[in-house]
Design a protein around this ligand. Structure first.
Ligand code: SF4
Length: 486
């Protein structure tokens, strides 16, 4: 971000915030270090990133300090590069590995990593000059899809040039020569699929999805493909193949987890999936397979292997474990799993738009609860149901998880997280069955999601991933935490 190689990076978390409590126990520290080293999200070296940063001569420090925040997951970063250039930013961790930069150099911005962005900083110059620079870029730049202007109350400005590729160096040099630009920051996209300027949205609600699907007889997976082509600029085959790649990653993780000795020192649970018998004892074949697949994915997560945050790392088992596990038990082909994952993703889009995936904001209903709604819709798709049935299943599954607390034992994402993922998968199976049988969901999905958001925000802060309530403060949890940290 500073342009040169980073030499020192300081992360500051607000005392008492959720992220201050969990950044170490939940692995955000090495995830952030991996980001500084430029690792891809699927890079297995992320787990060693703190050590690797040290070897690379980058000093990384984490501090808990007193500052006012309006969000439980805000943190500040100060980065100094080899040329002693310093940049300060404020970010929010939004859940599922996503962050939003909301301030750079004390100027409010909104950046989520979907574009190449060239930021031009101005200080101490008249607004006319900044506007003239903007007009000049607008008139000339070929790589700029969108040009945004941010400012603070000290009349400092950031001109943010967003595009599908980097601003050409020659053009940037000309801009800097012709205008009094104080600083330039160049950001590359971090999302796996870049965003498009023109996404105006085919639909914003479940009822709009239903209307479109009804007119054109589309399944929920079809609507997801249509949404994603519009959002990403990829064609339908490319969208399908992207999801097929994700399913392939998941299947490899499952295979490795089933065969290898996966353990990680800083954890509570040992391997659990191997305790399950070949065939379900009390449960039927599909549920047994779902439980096994969810458990394997959660073990892979706990041993720091590659997982897919769907929608978050803590809830990474429920959606893929349910859909892959059920497909395996029912002998369904891989294409059916890909479509089911796309359908589940469509419900995820609605939740992201109108609620939250952040356990710190909405408790575990935001994580495992959302996953359950997504998996329920995916199950209906897998079983050949209609879009209406899929959305009804999602609504019923979500209605069942309101108020789910986030109170992990010893602040590790293991207990009760494994059980909650399995509950999310079981709930999804049951609600898919009800929806396909024609049970009445009564409350439509849009209203359910809105209500879920309100319930999440009204949960006491002790039960939203702060380690200050529920199971987290039981004597056993405290003992385990002391032991692990000792
Ligand atoms: S209990 Fe908390 S940490 Fe565990 S999965 Fe749920 S939201 Fe994540």
């Amino acid at each position: 971000m500073t342009g040169g190689r980073p030499r020192r990076v300081v992360f500051e978390f607000a005392a008492g915030s959720s992220i201050a409590e969990t950044y170490h126990s939940q692995g955000a520290d090495f995830g952030l270090a991996g980001g500084i080293l430029g690792f891809d999200t699927a890079d297995p070296r992320i787990v060693d990133a703190l050590e690797l940063a040290k070897h690379a001569g980058i000093e990384i420090e984490f501090r808990i300090v007193d500052f006012e925040t309006d969000h439980p997951n805000v943190f500040r970063v100060t980065a100094i590069d080899e040329n002693k250039k310093q940049i300060e930013a404020e970010l929010i961790s939004c859940g599922g590995g996503m962050v939003e930069i909301r301030q750079i150099a004390n100027i409010p911005v909104s950046i989520n990593g979907g574009f190449f962005e060239t930021l031009l900083l101005f200080a101490g110059c008249a607004p006319d000059i900044v506007h003239a620079c903007r007009d000049s870029i607008n008139a000339n730049s070929v790589s700029c899809d969108d040009l945004l202007l941010f400012r603070n109350d000290k009349s400092e400005y950031i001109l943010d040039c967003r595009g599908q590729s980097e601003m050409p160096g020659e053009f940037l040099r000309r801009v800097v020569k012709n205008f009094p630009v104080k600083d330039v920051i160049v950001l590359s996209p971090v999302l796996p699929v870049k965003s498009q300027k023109e996404y105006s949205g085919l639909f914003n609600t479940a009822s709009e999805i239903l209307e479109m699907a009804g007119h054109e007889r589309l399944s929920l997976a079809d609507t997801a493909i249509r949404y994603e082509t519009r959002r990403s600029g990829l064609n339908e085959t490319e969208v399908f193949n992207k999801m097929a790649e994700i399913v392939a990653v998941l299947k490899k993780t499952l295979k490795d987890a089933a065969s290898a000795q996966q353990e990680y020192p800083d954890r509570i649970l040992g391997r659990q999936a191997r305790l399950l018998p070949e065939k379900g004892v009390a449960t039927g074949g599909v549920l047994h397979s779902v439980i096994r697949h969810i458990t394997l994915l959660m073990e892979a997560k706990s041993s720091m292997r590659i997982i897919v945050a769907a929608p978050t790392a803590g809830s990474c088992g429920a959606v893929p474990g349910t859909l892959i596990g059920a497909a395996e038990a029912l002998g369904l082909p891989e294409d059916a799993v890909v479509k089911a994952m796309l359908a589940a993703g469509m419900v995820g889009v609605l939740i992201a738009e109108h609620s939250t995936f952040s356990g710190e904001m909405g408790g575990c209903q935001a994580e495992c609860g959302s996953a359950s709604g997504m998996a329920a819709a995916g199950m209906v798709q897998l079983l050949g149901g209609t879009t209406e049935q899929a959305l009804d299943a999602a609504s019923m599954a979500l209605q069942n998880v309101f108020g789910l607390t986030c109170d992990p034992v010893a602040s590790r994402v293991e207990v009760p997280c494994l059980g909650k993922n399995i509950m999310a998968g079981s709930n999804a199976l049951a609600m898919a069955e009800l929806a396909m049988a024609g049970f009445d969901k009564v409350i439509p999905l849009d209203e359910t999601i809105a209500a879920m958001y309100r319930v999440g925000l009204s949960l006491p802060v002790e039960l939203r991933c702060t380690g200050k309530g529920g199971l987290s403060i039981t004597p056993t949890s405290m003992r385990i935490q002391q032991k692990l940290e000792g």
